[in-house]
Design a protein around this ligand. Sequence first.
Ligand SMILES: [Zn+2]
Length: 348
Amino acid sequence: MNLKHLTDQQLIAATDVAAKVEVSAMTHLLHHLAEIQRRRLFSVYAVNSLFEYCVKRLKMSEPAASRRVNAVFVLMDVPEIGAKLQSGELSLSNVSQAQTFFNQEARMAEALTSPEKARILKSIENKGARRAKEILVASSSIRVELPKEGMQPISAEFHHLTAVIDEETKAGLERLQEIWSHSGSQRGFGAMLKKMTELCLSQVDPLKKSKQVSRSAKNSEKSASRVSETEVEIQSESATRVETETTTQSVVLDQLPTPTSESARSRHIPARVRHAVQVRDGGSCAYIDGCGDRCSSRTFVQFHHLIPFACSGEHTVENIELRCFSHNQRHAIDDYGTGVLSRGELRP
Ligand SMILES: [Zn+2]
């Protein structure tokens, strides 16, 4: 584009117009993203959040997606900011900062109501980013400015983690340092976190537990002839315990109303089926979208019946796959309509 022929006055006027068009297009986009979020329509694709949808589908950079998604959540909660964004009274970066602040308040103190949010947003209208941040910090009931949590890569092997912990956690970490120092373990926080992660995953990761159970099942088959009755009892007790723990990853679709004729059937997925599904799907969401891309999210993974339980779907390895929360929710919306979103039954 060659603009050299424009006079200074024309260039200024044309730039004013271009800036207005940009703000208008951005507000237009936010309204559309809000509707996509309301319908959870992003989960049609192999992404598990609006943020991932913006990055992977709409090709936004992560910071750009983060600002827009933040603004979308503010827009959904305080719809009147749409006009303020359009007029330029509120900037995208200030609204995004405000949402980060609202999240922090909800996490560390108490969630703000929509009128409280509207009042705070009003106070950062027509302010620069730095001044807006000062106003937000001053509005905080926490009274301290918490550093942003996050993890940044610093080399091919290492990452720098920033986290905010409370007094109780600090005391716990110091106690662990004492305990592990006796066993000759390294005392650095990174080394401690590695050890804690390994210990914790061996307890709560369904995939690791599945492998342990599969291994113990194989071992028990081999030595079956030598196993005494008492040992069999101990093993079955431990298998029952694993089943109970894994059941806390409830199958959301199974919580939805089903015909009374189904009530006689057990909703309990046998442990061996759950374990086989976990191992086959690698502990991650097996949803594949229309483009053939697999989601593979590992957060809030749940069991999903391909033929719904309510339609006589069986608890078999062939009929069950893993789904992340968003894709389990997608199936629920497809089967039962968006009404399920307001009934509060679909939660991670
Ligand atoms: Zn998924």
